[in-house]
Structures are given as structure tokens and as C-alpha cells.
Write a protein that binds this ligand. Structure first.
Ligand code: ATP
Ligand code: MG
Length: 478
């Protein structure tokens, strides 16, 4: 057992509790034993005293040696029966009969009775003294006159012996209980506490050393079982984070490597003269678009990490979302025209004021419109509409392109996810939707995607309506 271990603490606590309980028990038992012992002795001595006093009265009448011998016999018998020394005195306090006459020749064993107690005794009340012996004094009253007393003294060594026996029994049982409990406690707690905890501890250490697939198997339904379960849940989510991190690094490296490789190849071709002079312009155009793609990728990554870490400050203010939608369409006009896309804008009112960061909302709109144009194919149809519900404004962007599969719907929000059809697109990074979601989440808004029952896909996001103070005041008045 390790010093300071849980098991040691458990056993120590148990021993302390057991000791407190047993000491209290010993004290209560000894008190109870003394009370019972004295009550019994009192009753017995009262009966013996009465009996002897009756015999004394007969002797007082006869006053002869035969009666005295009889009285001596009675006293001796009572002394043996009660296991006590008995003396009888006359009214002046002189001992004239003793169960052990030889030992009390000097009258040393006569009880020391105070004047007050003597007065009680003379009036007929028995007395008792408890010191290292128990003494019971029974008055001899004859025709209402005090004639002396019978004093019975029992040594307390009998009680002490009995108490010692009780203490011995208690301590022996305590010792047995401690040994037994320590063995049982260590066996039981090892099974239900120590071993499962050691397993969780071991798993946590191995987990910290990089074995992220490590799990614990504890079947109990108690708190240890719950702890193991929580550990497994934590391990699962950390494994997911770790896998995401690995995927992320490999994706970033891959995304960076391919444009750099092609840039390097084309530039080397131009320098070496492998690329003919008249084709240089064409290849430089490709180099330029690859550099453009690299810049976009790096900007997107920086944006994403800044939003995620909360470092990017949002400038939330009153903006006209309808105006922003129109502006976004204008910015993408060339792209829309190039693909021969038919665009419909269906806004609920002319103006619609929301609380949002203007630049970030523009980024959200641009990403979603860019996707809608990109994934609906040439001569497709795109519709941007707004509708209100409570204090929310919903902006829906529809395109009549192919539906997104269930699996894609689960993955499109993951960084670098690109469906096969978009892999051909050189400028895609697969960071558009994660950025959209992160921007909206940071503002407490939502975004989701739904396939149209017939054809097409709709991406919808929410924004919060702007309420100016006047509106609030009016509403309260209403
Ligand atoms: N309107 C849409 N219709 C169909 N599929 C879509 C639509 N928008 C997104 N997707 C799917 O979701 C994937 C992820 O989109 P996301 O915008 O994140 O990346 P991307 O468009 O490929 O790249 P980037 O936005 O960086 O140019 C896309 O590859 C595509 O498969
Ligand atoms: Mg996109």
C-alpha cells in the first residue's frame, strides 16, 4: 500500500471512526455497569440490613451469649452471601459484632459518619458511601429509638475486575474488527475503487503521451463508471480535435504546395527558355492566378483563425441589408453575366435594417452568392429573397443546381471540404462556408442549407432586426 494512498486514507478513517465508537461504547457500558452494580448492591444490602437489624433486636431483648453466637452466625452467612464485610455497632458507635472480628481490633474499619449523616441515620434513613469501597449503613431502630447500625462494605475491586473484562472484550473485538475491516476494505475498495481509478489514470497518462485512441472500460454504474464515461467522452472529442488538426495541417500543406509547385514550374520554364517567348504571357497569366489563389487561401485562413480566436472585432451597427444585397449583386455582376445566369431579387420591403457588422455580412453574402453562381451551372437561375419572423430577418439564396447529398450536407461546413465537382475549380479553397458559419455564429446568428423538393439548393441565414429607440417606445405605448 502506497503511503498517503486512497486505500490508506480509507483504512485510517475507518480505524478513527471505530476507535471513537468503541471508546464511547466502553464509557457508556462502564457507566451502565456501575449504575446497575450499585443499584443491585443497594437492594441486597437493604434486605440484608433489615434482616440483620431484626436479629439484633431479638439479641437486644435476650442479651445472652447464645443469641450473640446466633447473631454472629447470621452476620457471617450474610457476609459470605453478599461478599461484604459487616459490622454492627451499638448506639454509641462501638463495634460489638464483626464478620471478621480479628481484622478490626482497633476499630479502624468503622465508617466515618459526619454529624449531619448521623442525624439522618438516627432518624431511620440508611446511608451509603462510595470511595474505593461501597458502604451501606442500615440503622437499627427499636421502638422509635436508635440502637446502633449495621454497616456493610463491599470492595470495588469486583467492579473493576468486571470492567477490565469488558474493556478487554471491547479492545479485542476492536482489534479483530480493524484487521478484518482492513482486509475487507482493501479487497473491496481495490475492486470497486482503486483498480478502476488506476485504469482511468493509466489511460489518461497514455492519452497525454499521444495515444488518442485510448479508452477505459469500467462497467460499474456508480460514480466511477460515470467518471470513466466522462473520460471516454472527453477522449472522443479530443481525438476528433486532434484528427481535425492533423487534417487541417495536411490540407493547408496540400493547398499551398500545388500552386507553389506550378508557379515554380512555369517560372523555371520561362528562365530556362523551355517555354517559348510567345507563350510566356499565357503562362504568366496562370502564375498570376495561382498567386491570386495563394493570397486568397492565406487571407481566408487568417480570417478563419482570427474569427475563431475571437481576435477579430465585430463592428455591430445599423445596416440596410437590402442595400447590401444590391451592392453584392453589383459586385458580382460580371461573374453572373459571364455564366448567363438569370437572377431574381425578391426583398420583402425596400429597406430592412439589421444589427450586424457591414463588412462581415458582405463577406457572408458574397460567399453564398459566389457558391450559388458557381454550383448552378451555365444559364442557371439564382434567387435572393428576404422574409421576416419575429425580430429576425432571414436571407435565402437559392440556385437551381444539383441537390446536395446528405453526406455533403454534413461535411460542407468543414474546412477544406470541396465536392468532386468543385475540385476542378482552381480558385476554390473549401473555406467559404466555414468562414460564413463562423462569422454568423460569432454574431449569435444561424445558417443552414436545404434541398428544394423539385430542384436546387437554398442557403438561408438569419440576422437580427434593428429596433431604434422610437420603435421601442411606440411598442411599449401600444
Ligand atoms: N450553392 C451550392 N450548391 C451546391 N453545392 C454547394 C453550394 N454551396 C456550397 N456547396 C458545396 O459545398 C462545398 C463547400 O463550399 P465552400 O464555399 O466552403 O467551398 P468552395 O466554394 O469549394 O471554395 P471557396 O468558397 O473557398 O471558393 C462546395 O465544394 C460544394 O460542394
Ligand atoms: Mg465557396
Amino acid at each position: 500500500m502506497k503511503c498517503g494512498s486512497l486505500l490508506q486514507k480509507l483504512i485510517m478513517t475507518f480505524i478513527i471512526i471505530l476507535t471513537i465508537v468503541l471508546v464511547s461504547l466502553a464509557w457508556i457500558l462502564s457507566m451502565w455497569f456501575r449504575i446497575t452494580y450499585f443499584a443491585e448492591k443497594r437492594t441486597q444490602f437493604a434486605q440484608d440490613g433489615e434482616y440483620i437489624s431484626k436479629a439484633v433486636k431479638i439479641y437486644n431483648i435476650q442479651q445472652n451469649q447464645i443469641e450473640l453466637d446466633k447473631l454472629q452466625g447470621i452476620v457471617n452467612m450474610s457476609s459470605v452471601g453478599a461478599n461484604a464485610d459487616i459490622i454492627i455497632t451499638d448506639k454509641s458507635g462501638r463495634i460489638y459484632l464483626d464478620s471478621k472480628i480479628e481484622s478490626r481490633a482497633n476499630g479502624e474499619e468503622k465508617p466515618n459518619i459526619s454529624d449531619k449523616n448521623m442525624r439522618d441515620l438516627v432518624s431511620g434513613a440508611p446511608l451509603e458511601y462510595i470511595s474505593d469501597r461501597y458502604t451501606y449503613i442500615y440503622p437499627i431502630i427499636e421502638q422509635d429509638e436508635f440502637q446502633g447500625y449495621v454497616a456493610m462494605t463491599a470492595p470495588l475491586s469486583i467492579i473493576s475486575k468486571q470492567l477490565h473484562r469488558i474493556y478487554l472484550i471491547i479492545w479485542i473485538s476492536a482489534l479483530c474488527a480493524m484487521v478484518f475491516a482492513s482486509v475487507v476494505l482493501s479487497l473491496v475498495s481495490k475492486k470497486i475503487l482503486i483498480n478502476p481509478l488506476a485504469e482511468i489514470n493509466n489511460a489518461a497518462k497514455r492519452f497525454a503521451n499521444g495515444e488518442v485512441n485510448k479508452r477505459v472500460y469500467v462497467e460499474s454504474q456508480d460514480e466511477i463508471g460515470e467518471l470513466a464515461n466522462s473520460f471516454n467522452i472527453m477522449a472522443e472529442s479530443l481525438e476528433k480535435v486532434e484528427n481535425n488538426r492533423r487534417d487541417f495541417i495536411s490540407n493547408v500543406s496540400h493547398e499551398l504546395r500545388s500552386p507553389i509547385t506550378s508557379i515554380k514550374g512555369f517560372i523555371a520554364g520561362i528562365i530556362d527558355g523551355v517555354i517559348p517567348k510567345d507563350k510566356e504571357g499565357y503562362y504568366l497569366d496562370i502564375v498570376y492566378s495561382e498567386i491570386h489563389r495563394l493570397t486568397r487561401l492565406i487571407n481566408d485562413l487568417l480570417d478563419l483563425s482570427a474569427i475563431e480566436s475571437g481576435k477579430l472585432k465585430f463592428d455591430i451597427k445599423k445596416i440596410n441589408i437590402n442595400e447590401l444585397i444590391r451592392l453584392c449583386v453589383l459586385n458580382n455582376e460580371q461573374n453572373i453575366k459571364e455564366k448567363g445566369i438569370k437572377l431574381k431579387i425578391d426583398l420583402q420591403n425596400d429597406n430592412c435594417y439589421v444589427k450586424a457588422d457591414e463588412d462581415k455580412t458582405m463577406q457572408v453574402l458574397t460567399n453564398l452568392l459566389d457558391n450559388a453562381v458557381k454550383y448552378c451551372g451555365n444559364n442557371g437561375f439564382v434567387k435572393i429573397s428576404t422574409y421576416y419572423k419575429g425580430n429576425k430577418v432571414f436571407i435565402a439564396i437559392y440556385n437551381n443546381g444539383p441537390k446536395i447529398t446528405e453526406e455533403e450536407i454534413r461535411n460542407i461546413w468543414t474546412r477544406f471540404y470541396k465536392s468532386d465537382k468543385s475540385r476542378t475549380n482552381k480558385v476554390s479553397t473549401g473555406l467559404g462556408l466555414p468562414i460564413v458559419r463562423m462569422i454568423l455564429m460569432q454574431q449569435g446568428e444561424e445558417v443552414w442549407v436545404k434541398n428544394d423538393p423539385d430542384i436546387g439548393v437554398t442557403f438561408t441565414f438569419s440576422l437580427t432586426k434593428y429596433k431604434n429607440k422610437k420603435d421601442k417606445y411606440q411598442r411599449r405605448k401600444e
